[in-house]
Write a protein that binds this ligand. Structure first.
Ligand code: ZN
Ligand code: ZN
Length: 293
């Protein structure tokens, strides 16, 4: 009988031990939010529940734009002519508006204007008619521009806005009419001239003492294209010509404004176009173009 008591007692102890084993800390599930861009902030729209933290997920859910794409660096817009260009940010989008009144000298200014100069490089006989006048250009782009699945060819008219405030045109001077050396010889040192819609650039600016602001064979910011990607001069921030550009002159890399982050950006392609001219952008856009109104 005593033996039985002890056996029962031992059995009881054993069952308590087993029960307590089964009764481990209960699992409390937590919601984890995807953090594609690795900034420690999670995407409120992509979540999973689990007891333990999931790889690539965080507890925070405040990242409204967790695309894995770095945003266009805001400091780039400090390079734009503040008298002509206003830039507004709403988190998701950037709107660039310009009155097109450039901040550099040109023979295309009205004589008597403080920025008017005699032609430096322009062949006066080939200059296009008209004088620089106020215009209106507005471009709204994503603050997180992404490469599109297909490239888009550019059309006549503004395809980007340069730091001076004037629009960037491609390599056409009319519908399916390529810019000729003849026409280009009438351009000012900034690579621009007047057209029916106003003053605009086709070419990289030239290396003359009068050029104090615009990119010539360097790493300066040239402007922003209609797909939201920034256009830089022929060189990277390290002073070297980039060697890994795609057919649109673009690549992922750091820029003078990107704070060490790699962003997709274009460069002026280091090639001559019809003689000694260098086109600003005669290629296809890699992102999704927005119209410049
Ligand atoms: Zn033109
Ligand atoms: Zn670059």
């Amino acid at each position: 009988m005593k033996f039985l008591k002890y056996s029962l007692f031992a059995l009881l102890c054993l069952s308590i031990f087993i029960i307590s084993c089964d009764n481990e800390e209960p699992c409390i599930e937590t919601t984890w939010y995807q953090d594609l861009d690795g900034d420690g902030l999670g995407n409120p729209n992509v979540s999973e529940s689990s007891c333990d933290q999931i790889d690539g997920y965080v507890a925070n859910s405040s990242d409204v734009n967790d695309t894995g794409v770095n945003p266009t660096p805001v400091s780039a817009f400090d390079e734009f002519n503040p008298d002509a260009v206003t830039v507004s940010f709403d988190g998701e989008e950037i709107t660039i508006s310009s009155n097109a009144l450039i901040n550099h000298t040109s023979p295309y200014w009205e004589e008597g204007s403080s920025l008017y100069i005699e032609p430096v490089v322009a062949d006066a006989d080939r200059m296009s008619p008209g004088a620089i006048r106020e215009g209106s250009y507005t471009l709204t782009v994503s603050a997180f521009p992404e490469l599109a699945s297909t490239s888009t060819s550019t059309g006549l008219g503004a395809i980007g806005i340069a730091v001076s405030g004037a629009p960037i045109f491609n390599d056409e001077e009319g519908p399916n009419v390529a810019l000729s050396a003849n026409v280009a010889s009438g351009f000012d040192y900034a690579g621009g001239h007047n057209g029916p819609t106003g003053y605009h650039y086709h070419l990289e600016s030239q290396d003359v003492p009068e050029n104090t602001t615009l990119s010539h064979d360097d790493e300066k910011l040239v402007g922003i294209m209609q797909d939201g990607f920034l256009l830089y001069g022929r060189r990277d921030a390290d002073g070297e010509y980039p060697t890994d550009l795609d057919e649109s002159g673009g690549h992922f890399g750091v820029t003078p404004h990107s704070n060490g982050e790699e962003i997709y950006h274009y460069h002026i392609i280091n090639e001559f176009y019809t003689g000694s001219y260098v086109l600003l952008f005669g290629v296809d856009l890699k992102g999704t173009p927005n119209s410049i109104m």
